[in-house]
Ligand binder design. Structure first.
Ligand SMILES: Nc1ncnc2c1ncn2[C@@H]1O[C@H](COP(=O)(O)OS(=O)(=O)O)[C@@H](OP(=O)(O)O)[C@H]1O
Length: 366
């Protein structure tokens, strides 16, 4: 027996005669009664590997079907839809040569719970509006801002020339001067019709903010204090207003708006009353269409009132839908005395806000 044959008897060391990228060790075994030969055990013995193969197959299938769907949609749209939108997952650039990701030409911002999602979804009913999927938080989060404008652009959906791309990140409004000067210094964003739309909501909304419970410490032996009610958080025991309580502090809009007015001309901002958006969305959206220079397309046919939800829901050519259940929640009852005290407090701030914006936004007087 040749030395090479003896060597193979000890263990199967002969490499297979074809190229493989990777195989588990166990796949290479010697044949029981003839140790000089190796057999390649073909088969998937590892669940992880099986999963990988299945994933590759599924992804390939998905991509294939998506491309077929894309081209079917494309040919259907060019025949029937006046202003088609590029698909969200644009895989075939050949079918959509004019589509590209563009920096937003309008930004929606505001304080928490002022209706920014509703505003964006309602505007998206307009065929010339494209929206970023989530909240991008480019200007207010350092880690995002440091990734640069190209990263910001890549977060945007594909759009066609003439369509307006909009993103909403409510916290831009209340984040320190840095945000507004960052937005201002974004010259590329400004070159394309620079518009900012700030959603504002009547201040009695503070009663709509969920009551913040006190965070308990991780010391099981210590009794945790019971969570404070909204009334206890909003007012000091002597009855004066706790202006540092965040839901109240961020509701003093003029404290934030003046920073924006230092860097942006007033004409570039549209302030939308969030209460009016709830009560009569069409009138507000028509105002916004004019502001954005869009053809009037959104009308009463785009809305229906949902009695169970207590809000208007959205309608387009293909479907009806309400916003998620996290939008338009039931609110706890607040002591009426506290409500009127807060209304008086915000009534004074309203005046300052009106002076700043040069417009009466129709918030009720107290
Ligand atoms: N049509 C319609 N349907 C449902 N909800 C509506 C609608 N229009 C405005 N709203 C109001 O939107 C509030 C949520 O605001 P935001 O989207 O800005 O909230 S968030 O800060 O981004 O979490 C949400 O606040 P809550 O009522 O406290 O849930 C609603 O009052």
């Amino acid at each position: 027996m040749s030395p090479a044959r003896t060597e193979s008897r000890r263990g199967c060391v002969r490499p297979p005669h074809f190229d493989i990228l990777w195989l588990p060790k166990a796949a290479l075994r010697s044949v029981e009664n003839d140790p000089s030969d190796c057999i390649l055990v073909v088969g998937v013995s590892r669940p992880k590997m099986a999963l990988t193969i299945m994933t590759v197959i599924l992804v390939s299938l998905f991509l294939t079907f998506h491309m077929i769907y894309d081209s079917a949609l494309n040919s259907l749209q060019t025949k029937t839809v006046e202003h088609p939108r590029p698909p969200i997952l644009l895989l075939s650039r050949r079918l959509y040569p004019a589509a590209s990701r563009r920096l937003p030409q309008a930004i929606i911002m505001g304080v928490r719970k002022c209706g920014t999602r509703a505003l964006l979804e309602m505007l998206y009913l307009h065929p010339m509006v494209q929206k970023a999927a989530g909240e991008v938080h480019f200007f207010d989060r350092d880690d995002n801002y440091n990734k640069g404008l190209e990263w910001y652009r890549m977060q945007m959906p594909h759009s066609y020339p003439g369509q307006i791309t909009i993103e909403k990140s409510p916290s831009y409004f209340v984040t320190s001067e840095v945000s507004s000067s960052r937005t201002y210094s974004c010259h590329e964003c400004q070159r394309e019709t620079p518009v900012n739309s700030a959603g504002a909501r009547y201040k009695s909304d503070i009663r709509l903010h969920p009551v913040e419970g006190q965070r308990s410490h991780c010391l099981p032996a210590l009794p945790t204090p019971p969570p404070k009610s909204f009334e206890q958080l909003a007012l000091f025991p002597n009855g004066s207003i706790n202006e540092a309580y965040r839901p109240l502090a961020i509701s003093v809009y003029h404290n934030y708006l003046h920073r924006w007015l230092e860097v942006f001309p007033r004409e570039q901002m549209l302030i939308v009353n969030g209460d009016l958006l709830i009560e009569d969305p069409v009138s507000q959206l028509q105002k916004i269409e004019r502001f954005l220079g869009l053809e009037a397309r959104i009308g009463t046919h785009n809305f229906y009132f949902n009695e169970t939800k207590g809000f208007y829901c959205l309608r387009n050519e293909t479907s009806d839908r309400c916003l998620r259940e996290t939008k338009g929640r039931r609110h706890p009852r607040v002591d009426p005395e506290v409500v009127s005290k807060l209304r008086r407090y915000f009534g004074e701030h309203n005046q300052k806000f009106y002076e700043l914006v040069g417009e009466d936004l129709g918030w009720p007087e107290e």
